[in-house]
Write a protein that binds this ligand. Structure first.
Ligand SMILES: NC(=O)c1ccc[n+]([C@@H]2O[C@H](COP(=O)([O-])OP(=O)(O)OC[C@H]3O[C@@H](n4cnc5c(N)ncnc54)[C@H](OP(=O)(O)O)[C@@H]3O)[C@@H](O)[C@H]2O)c1
Length: 163
């Protein structure tokens, strides 16, 4: 299992229920990498998708304590552990957020595919753990910079040396 995330210069990932940046090349890469696989996400991240609908062409496992949550094309589970159990045996499993779900499942991820934006977003309220401060996470590769919508960003792959 891996995680995929876009962070700003301070490891922020969201504000007021939404993403911080619009990065078309990054979104396309996210689609390509996760399509055909299983995505594990929190209920608030599901709410942030267009129409609150799950992502097409992927198995969507949504974590929520709300037993009444139904969303066509999504499977609801009550905890991160239950999500892992349901995804067991799936080949291409991606933790796709948000902050609470990344934090809960990070230690179980072999890799994090990080999109790192050079600048700091002005208003933020949700963060990804700073992998540069965690001893078991090492940078595996760094892409050339991409410039888009006035922002510079890189794809940085981290590997979990504890697994
Ligand atoms: N930059 C990126 O790559 C990226 C990716 C994804 C999301 N985001 C951003 O991240 C923000 C959302 O993150 P978030 O942390 O606020 O919310 P979240 O992780 O998406 O969802 C939180 C919800 O998930 C459920 N949940 C989480 N942990 C649980 C547990 N242990 N047991 C049972 N249910 C649990 C709860 O749902 P209920 O309240 O229904 O019980 C909780 O309210 C948004 O701003 C979004 O745009 C950014």
């Amino acid at each position: 299992m891996n995680a995929i995330v876009a962070v700003d210069a301070n490891w922020a990932i969201g504000a007021q229920g939404d993403l911080l940046f619009s990065l078309p090349t990054d979104m396309k890469r996210f689609r390509t990498i996760t399509s055909g696989g299983t995505v594990i996400l929190g209920r608030k991240t599901l709410d942030s998708f267009p129409g609150g609908k799950p992502l097409p062409h992927r198995r969507n496992i949504v974590i929520s304590r709300n037993l009444d949550l139904t969303s066509e094309g999504a499977e609801r589970v009550s905890s991160p552990e239950e999500a892992l159990a349901l995804a067991e045996g799936d080949e291409n499993v991606w933790v796709i957020g948000g902050g609470s779900v990344y934090t809960a499942l990070l230690s179980r991820c072999e890799r994090v595919l990080l999109t790192k934006v050079d600048s700091a977003a002005p208003e933020v309220d949700t963060f990804f753990p700073n992998l540069d401060k965690l001893p078991n996470w090492k940078v595996e590769s760094v892409s050339e910079p991409i410039v888009e919508n006035g922002l510079t960003y890189r794809f940085i792959d981290y590997v979990n040396t504890a697994l």
